[in-house]
Each structure stands twice: as structure tokens, then as C-alpha cells.
Design a protein around this ligand. Structure first.
Ligand code: FAD
Length: 409
């Protein structure tokens, strides 16, 4: 039953938590809203941290989802710099790191994910950095500059964005990746090769198929990355970008269903009807692929914030969305829609050498996902076709002289 006067506590003041707080007010929630975040600043966008922020093109104000006054002006009690440490579901209590106990009627878990550590010798040296928060980005910006040698461990999207930003700041950059190709978990071979070539042209060097065995240093400061083949790659700083893990321990300890993320339904509701989980921490259903998984993207955080806010305020559930994300490197804009599940054919549209092309992943004659480089129509219409599950003509799709409008028609 909808109770617009309920006290909603949101744990985690990131993209999902901040959005949920604003949407609840927008949708007419009149009860108390308490937003708890361990970072010292109000919710902000993380994508620019590896891009515009690092290059000095954006500041904290530009990153904020809403100005600080927004929270007080809208009756949202924003508690910064404090962690939720224990959840008791009966009575409904959340204990904070400063000893306060919050009583909630409804709790939204929006604790996101944290960067994975590399459990190797030397991992505690200074100059070893990760990139998850604005504070991390500041530390990285200070460590990168003309002539500085930056090692990026992990050739995923964030690693490659840091590499591009590092080059823009004049650093020497080497990317070290355990797999034989870049983006091995998330992108097809054509795209891996394209990004490698593009980065090489911009002066980045690569160590592929290279396992990091440790870090070496002098006077507590990192000076190199050691590899399984015995070599040491010299560096002045290293960024570890080897993936993230959900902050779901507080939920698991309280007995909620978890599966590398807090398990939720399409309302973003957990196995406890009074608790929701949204954003990077949630393991959610994705009906177009008939499966459940965890996503790390802004559109997912926004969609789930909406699902939870609708369920809490008694609005109809929002229409399902096709998952999408993006990556900016140099002058390249990569837009990805969908996920390449159960794919039996990969189709290239356009010429990678032109810097403008798209890769479609198909299951039979349906598009499962598209990766579009500097190609907005391929992305937009590919996304539409993923959502409506309409079969496509592969011959037309592979022919860049046939417009995407015609492919869709
Ligand atoms: P977060 O934004 O991570 O927020 C979670 C918050 O909860 C954090 O502030 C954390 O400190 C806090 N918290 C955790 N535990 C507790 C606790 N116990 N008590 C109190 N607070 C707690 N996505 C894209 O779609 N496109 C991109 O280009 C892109 N680039 C990215 C670049 C970088 C460098 C990073 C780090 C992420 C990027 N992402 C991108 C991913 C996107 O930012 C995340 O998917 C999104 O921020 C998820 O929102 P969230 O609210 O679930 O988690």
C-alpha cells in the first residue's frame, strides 16, 4: 500500500541514490527523505572523472547532480561523510558509522560498487591509484603531467579513458592488460583492434597478455610494475582499473538475497518488501534478454531510481529501457546499446579506418547489441531495434549506403 508520508532512507548518495531522492519529491512523496553518503560532497556524475575532470575541463560544481541547496530546499536530509554500517530489518533500523540510528519505513540501498584491488606484493606503495571517486580523480590528476610515466593496469573502458586523458596531459602512458586483447570481456575483436591502433597512434604503448605480479618502489613510492615474465615496467604512478565489485555486504549481512549484487525485481524491490536496491549494487532482471545481471552504467542507475520511486509513490512502473552506455576517448565517441548475449553472428557496418563504423551483434536476425563509433544513427536505431525485437535484413544492415532509416523500415 502506498504511503506518501513514509520515512524513506536512501543509503548511498551517488548517481542512483541522488536521483531517487529527487524523483521521490517530484512524484509527490511528502514524508521524510534521508540521504546518507560516505563521500563528503553531494551526489555527482562519475563519467567525467576519467574524461573532462581529469583533463581539467570540469570542476566539482559541473559534476554535481544538483546544487547542495537543492536537498534542504526540497526537504531532503542529506547526511554527508557518514557510512551505513549495520542494517536491522526488524525493527527497521540503519546504524551509521557515527553511532546514529535511523528508523526507516522504506530503505533504498544505492551503495554502488568499489574498485577491485590487486592482491599482489607492493600494492600498498604510494602512487598506486584507483578511480572511483572525485577524490581519486584529484589524486590521479596530481600524479599525471608532462613527462610523468603512468602505468594503467587494465585495458577496459575506464583504463582506456584514463590512458587518453593521460596523453592529453602530456604523460607517457603504458596500458598493461592480462588478456591478449583490449576490452576482452566487453567488446568484439574488431573494436579491440580499432582502439589499440587508435591509442598507439596517440602514443600509448601496450603490454597485452601480461599478468601483473607486483609493484616495486623506492622510499615507499611506486617505481615499477612487475610482470609474470620477469620484466619490470617503470612508472611514476599506476592506476588499477581491473573492475569493480558491488557494495552488497550490508544487504547480505541482513539476510537479503544477493548474487554478486542485491537481487531485485522490476520494481527494484529486494526480497524484503520494505527495501529497494538500485544502480551498480543491484542484480536486476532484464526482460529483453530473459535473464538477470548487474550493470554499471548511468542509464541503469537512472532507470532503477525511477522504478523504485514509482513503486514507492504508487505510480505505474516505467516502461522497460534498452541498456546503454558510452565511452569518450580522444575525438572518439563510442555508444553501446544492449548486451551481446547468445550471439551467433557479428556484423560490421562501415570501415574502421574511417573512424566511423558500427558493430552489430545478432542472434538469428535480431540485434542483441550494437557498438557504434562516431555513428549516432547506428546507435539510436540499433537501440530501437533491440527494444522492439524486430527482425532485420542483414544485407541492408551491413551496407552503409543503405540508411539506418531504411534498415529500420
Ligand atoms: P555510485 O555512483 O558509485 O554511488 C554509490 C555511493 O554510495 C558512493 O558515493 C559510495 O561512497 C556510497 N556508499 C557505498 N557504501 C556506503 C555505505 N555503506 N554508507 C554510505 N555510503 C555508501 N557509466 C556510463 O554509463 N558511462 C560512462 O562513461 C561511465 N564512466 C565512468 C567512469 C568512471 C571513472 C567511473 C568510476 C564510473 C563510470 N560509469 C560510467 C559508471 C557510472 O558512474 C555508475 O554506473 C554510476 O555512478 C552508478 O551509480 P550508483 O549510484 O549505483 O553508484
Amino acid at each position: 500500500m502506498t504511503d506518501l508520508g513514509a520515512h524513506v532512507v536512501i543509503l548511498g548518495a551517488g548517481h542512483a541514490g541522488g536521483t531517487a531522492a529527487a524523483l521521490l519529491r517530484q512524484y509527490g512523496h511528502t514524508g521524510k527523505i534521508t540521504l546518507v553518503g560516505e563521500e563528503p560532497i553531494p551526489p555527482y556524475q562519475r563519467p567525467p572523472l576519467s574524461k573532462a575532470w581529469l583533463k581539467g575541463e570540469a570542476d566539482a560544481d559541473a559534476l554535481a547532480l544538483k546544487p547542495l541547496e537543492f536537498y534542504a530546499d526540497n526537504g531532503i536530509d542529506f547526511l554527508a561523510g557518514v557510512r551505513g554500517v549495520k542494517l536491522a530489518r526488524s525493527p527497521k533500523e540503519l546504524t551509521l558509522s557515527d553511532g546514529r540510528v535511523l528508523n526507516y519505513d522504506i530503505l533504498i540501498l544505492a551503495t554502488g560498487a568499489r574498485a577491485l584491488k590487486l592482491p599482489v606484493p607492493g600494492a600498498d606503495l604510494s602512487g598506486l591509484l584507483e578511480l572511483r571517486t572525485a577524490a581519486d580523480a584529484e589524486a590521479l590528476k596530481a600524479a599525471v603531467g608532462p613527462g610523468k610515466r603512468l602505468a594503467v593496469v587494465g585495458g577496459g573502458y575506464i583504463g582506456l579513458e584514463v590512458a587518453a586523458s593521460g596523453r592529453a596531459l602530456g604523460a607517457e602512458v603504458v596500458v598493461i592488460e592480462r588478456e591478449p586483447r583490449l576490452l576482452a570481456r566487453v567488446a568484439c575483436e574488431a573494436l579491440s583492434t580499432f582502439f589499440r591502433t587508435y591509442h598507439e597512434k596517440n602514443g600509448v604503448t601496450f603490454e597485452l597478455g601480461a599478468s601483473v605480479t607486483g609493484f616495486v618502489g623506492e622510499n615507499g613510492q611506486v617505481t615499477g610494475v612487475t610482470l609474470a615474465d620477469g620484466r619490470t615496467v617503470p612508472c611514476d604512478a599506476a592506476v588499477i582499473g581491473v573492475g569493480a565489485t558491488p557494495n552488497d555486504e550490508i544487504a547480505a549481512d541482513a539476510g537479503l538475497d544477493t548474487a554478486r549484487g542485491v537481487v531485485v525485481n522490476l520494481e527494484a524491490r529486494t526480497s524484503d518488501p520494505a527495501i529497494f536496491a538500485i544502480g551498480d549494487v543491484a542484480h536486476r532482471p532484464m526482460p529483453i534478454y530473459d535473464r538477470m545481471f548487474r550493470m554499471e552504467s548511468v542509464p541503469n542507475a537512472l532507470e532503477q531510481a525511477k522504478q523504485a520511486a514509482c513503486a514507492i509513490t504508487g505510480r505505474p512502473a516505467p516502461a522497460g529501457e534498452v541498456p546503454w552506455q558510452w565511452s569518450d576517448q580522444y575525438d572518439l565517441k563510442l555508444q553501446i546499446a544492449g548486451y551481446a548475449f547468445d550471439v551467433d553472428e557479428v556484423l560490421l557496418r562501415g570501415d574502421p579506418a574511417s573512424g566511423k563504423f558500427a558493430v552489430f551483434h545478432l542472434k538469428g536476425d535480431q540485434i542483441q547489441s550494437v557498438e557504434a563509433i562516431n555513428s549516432p544513427p547506428e546507435f539510436m536505431m540499433g537501440k530501437q531495434l533491440i527494444g522492439n525485437r524486430k527482425p532485420v535484413s542483414k544485407a541492408k544492415l551491413a551496407d552503409p549506403t543503405v540508411s539506418m532509416k531504411e534498415v529500420v523500415a
